[in-house]
Design a protein around this ligand. Structure first.
Ligand code: PGA
Length: 300
């Protein structure tokens, strides 16, 4: 964003332009402007997949708590050079985060409309509008949205269309898949994941897939404190990559990042990230705390 756009955004979220430029006194707990991030460690080598750690703030936070979380993240130290970080925040907090979060953490939305253009789509935010404001990532197909929480849920055909319109608009997508507890118990985990990926494989070109990361999130592990063991997660990640190889192309399968999600936190991140086919994480609860950086540093 230009300085003017940052100042305008900051005004919109209740900070004055002078405040953003640092000319006004502030409380230590208030984030100001978009500070530069810092890096450590060794970058991924040519041909290696760079880790992707996503934060999913879900429907959490007030203006005050979001500001405090931004300060925590801004002061959390360097990000390993082999890790890309993006946080998917509530739509209402996007302007604040874009104006004040360290510039080495990308900003994402948690959903977008399937409408390609602005217009009479009450309640929706279309991908172009996300791009316009400076958002670069969007999380699509999260199991909570597929399930629907007292509204109609999103099926895999709709999820695939959203992935396509988001990629076409220039966004990067965390495309979520994953099985429920009873499906794992029945031994149909991969069939379920394949069904969720099929419509997207039909709609997306090979080029489109370069903007997509698959977030494999076993539904029984989300927000429950239950985590798939590293071996269990690795096995499914390898199956998903294999499916991509057979149904999209070997080159896309080799390049695509597959994040694990489901009660991932500082204490278990290192072992999960050490697996050959686990290329990052999608973090819910732990992304609302300083522990998010323990996950990030698990890739070191
Ligand atoms: P969790 O959520 O880390 O709180 O389990 C993950 C997610 O839903 O993306």
């Amino acid at each position: 964003m230009t300085d003017k756009a940052i100042a305008a955004t900051a005004v919109a979220v209740g900070l004055t332009a002078g405040y953003v430029a640092g000319t006004q006194k502030r409380e230590k707990s208030e984030p100001v402007g978009r500070p530069s991030g810092s890096t450590t460690g060794t970058a991924a080598k040519e041909g290696e997949r760079k880790y992707l750690i996503g934060g999913n703030w879900k429907c959490n936070g007030t203006l005050e708590s979001a500001k405090a979380l931004i300060v925590t993240l801004n002061e959390a130290g360097p990000i390993p050079a082999n890790v890309e970080v993006a946080v998917c925040v509530p739509a209402i907090h996007i302007p604040l985060v874009l104006a004040t979060l360290r510039d080495d953490i990308a900003v994402g939305a948690q959903n977008c409309g399937v409408n390609t253009k602005q217009g009479a789509f009450t309640g929706e935010i279309c991908p172009d509008q996300l791009v316009d404001i400076g958002v670069t990532w969007v999380c699509i197909g999260h199991s909570e949205r597929r399930e629907g929480f007292e509204m109609a849920g999103e099926d895999s055909a709709l999820v695939a269309k959203k992935v396509k319109v988001a990629v076409d608009a220039g966004l990067n997508v965390m495309f979520c898949i994953g099985e429920k507890k009873e499906e794992r118990e029945k031994g149909v985990t991969m069939e379920v994941c394949a069904k969720q990926m099929e419509p997207a494989a039909k709609l997306l070109t090979e080029d489109d897939w370069s903007k997509v990361s698959i977030a494999y999130e076993p539904v029984w592990a989300i927000g429950t404190g239950l985590t798939a063991t590293p071996q269990m997660a690795q096995e499914t990640h390898a199956d998903v990559r294999n499916w991509m190889s057979e149904n999209v192309s070997p080159a896309v399968a080799k390049a695509i990042r597959i994040q694990y999600g489901g009660s991932m936190k500082g204490a278990n991140a290192k072992d999960l990230l050490a697996q050959a086919d686990i290329d990052g994480g999608l973090i819910g609860g732990a992304s609302l705390k300083a522990d998010f950086f323990n996950v990030i540093n698990g890739a070191l």
